[in-house]
Write a new protein. Structure first.
Length: 185
């Protein structure tokens, strides 16, 4: 259910683009993201920071796209989002000396600090890669190619998230209950 809700705006955007223009698709994306945010708020009772930032960026850049009739704004929104995420992780890690990922997930996942550091650096690199890739496609290819990239480019986050999950699974220390279970055998 959560994955379907996460993909809802981009799928609606893609469908609207295929049947109309980038401007109609942008308006649909804005509306779909508002609906998505309302549903997430209703389910969880709050919105995650990333969801709030995404909502604001889509509404601001979508409005600029529609008012100025310039598709560059909506095309560069992902670059700004990924760049902001990378910068936030970097500042948190090196200025505030806090691992943001550990702060967010540490109560759910027990990893040694070195693994949290590696995970944070991997996320920073991933965000820089995605920001750069989106900027490259948005700048050098047609709007239609960029829309297709947005759909088929979802393979990158899926691969990265699966890779992150595998990394975490390999590096979670055995729990005390597992050690107790092994000792009882």
């Amino acid at each position: 259910m959560k994955i379907a809700l996460d993909l809802f705006p981009i799928l609606i955007f893609f469908a609207a683009y295929k049947y109309a223009s980038i401007y109609e698709a942008t308006a649909v994306l804005m509306a779909a993201t508002v609906v998505q945010s309302l549903l997430m708020y209703r389910i969880d009772g709050k919105l995650a920071t990333l969801q709030k930032v995404t909502l604001v960026l889509i509404l601001v850049f979508g409005t600029l796209t529609l008012v100025l009739h310039d598709d560059r704004f909506i095309k560069f929104k992902p670059t700004l989002l990924y760049s902001g995420m990378a910068l936030g992780l970097l500042v948190s890690q090196f200025v505030f000396k806090k691992n943001f990922l550990k702060t967010m997930l540490g109560s759910q996942v027990n990893l040694p600090d070195a693994n949290w550091q590696t995970l944070s650096m991997a996320w920073i690199a991933y965000c820089v890669f995605m920001a750069s890739l989106n900027a490259y496609v948005a700048h050098n290819f047609s709007t239609e190619d960029w829309v297709n990239f947005k759909i088929w480019g979802y393979v990158f986050p899926l691969i990265f998230i699966v890779g992150t999950g595998i990394y975490i699974a390999k590096n979670v220390p055995p729990s005390e209950t597992s050690a107790d279970d092994e000792a009882a055998k």
